[in-house]
Design a protein around this ligand. Structure first.
Ligand SMILES: *[C@@H]1O[C@H](CO)[C@@H](O)[C@H](O)[C@H]1NC(C)=O
Ligand SMILES: *[C@@H]1O[C@H](CO)[C@@H](O)[C@H](O)[C@H]1NC(C)=O
Ligand SMILES: *[C@@H]1O[C@H](CO)[C@@H](O)[C@H](O)[C@H]1NC(C)=O
Ligand SMILES: *[C@@H]1O[C@H](CO)[C@@H](O)[C@H](O)[C@H]1NC(C)=O
Length: 231
């Protein structure tokens, strides 16, 4: 009986480790920037990005193949002056920030706090149909933050050389969603809690739908379980 409990505990820890790939968080506390994400559908990931801002500046979060700012970068810009806000899907090409014709972000919202931090929420596809202007998240990518550039108008914001960000940097870590095409299910909301305390009966079937590492780990655990019980 004790063996079974130990093995089950082991399976749970492996399961939550594997599922944890589909949610994540990175932070740079010295710059007061943070980002967290959660896969919320088969091809859908929600982001919460927080960075310093005020009623005349914007923040942005870029998704990149490289740890440094290069040309051709997929970026989301956001600003909020307490009357109006914007969250835009853009693309940096030749050091100009261009508005994507296809806006592949939804469920956008912003909140400018009294201590001059802007929280930005948006949901985007893991693999976008906008091949030319979006970076897919089907491999590990870097996340680059930038803030402090000014915006003259929050209604139709323009981004030029005059309003380059005051600070930018790369989060120390990557986002890796290649195994996270998970169908939305009730257990997804349980997964989002920071301490995964999910029962196996509710989690195993849905997570296994098309999450290959989970299937692998379950098989591994079954083998392990049968070995342990024979000892
Ligand atoms: C907003 O921040 C910018 C850059 O940090 C600063 O120059 C500007 O004075 C600030 N504006 C307000 C309204 O606080
Ligand atoms: C952003 O999403 C997080 C997590 O769902 C939520 O707690 C927060 O209130 C949202 N913020 C805004 C500005 O919508
Ligand atoms: C916010 O921006 C909009 C559009 O640029 C402008 O009309 C409005 O007056 C601004 N509000 C504040 C409080 O700055
Ligand atoms: C925070 O960002 C700065 C500037 O990009 C960098 O020098 C520093 O090492 C970062 N700190 C962490 C903990 O990532």
């Amino acid at each position: 009986m004790n063996h079974q409990i130990v093995v089950l505990a082991f399976i749970f820890s492996l399961l939550s480790l594997s599922l944890a790939q589909c949610t994540g968080a990175l932070t740079n506390s010295s710059h007061q920037v943070s980002v967290s994400w959660m896969v919320v559908g088969e091809n859908s990931v929600s982001f919460t990005f927080t960075a310093p801002a005020n009623s005349s500046t914007y923040t942005s979060l870029a998704i990149s193949d490289h740890a440094v700012l290069l040309n051709n970068i997929d970026v989301v810009y956001a600003g909020d002056n307490e009357t109006t806000n914007f969250v835009e899907d853009r693309w940096i090409v030749n050091f100009m920030s261009l508005y994507d014709k296809q806006q592949d972000i939804e469920d956008t919202s912003t909140l400018l706090t009294d201590d001059d931090l802007l929280m930005v929420n948006f949901t985007r596809p893991i693999i976008s149909t906008d091949e030319a202007q979006d970076t897919n998240l089907n491999a590990c990518k870097y996340l680059i933050w930038a803030y402090g550039g000014t915006v003259e108008s929050f209604k139709y914001p323009k981004f030029t050389f005059q309003n380059l960000p005051r600070a930018f940097g790369t989060f120390n870590g990557q986002i890796c969603l290649q195994y996270c095409g998970v169908s939305p299910s009730p257990s997804m909301s349980l997964m989002s809690s920071s301490t995964p305390t999910v029962s196996p009966s509710s989690q195993t079937p849905s997570a296994a739908t098309n999450n290959h590492p989970v299937i692998f780990i379950i098989l591994f655990a079954i083998v392990l379980l049968s070995c342990t019980l024979h000892i």
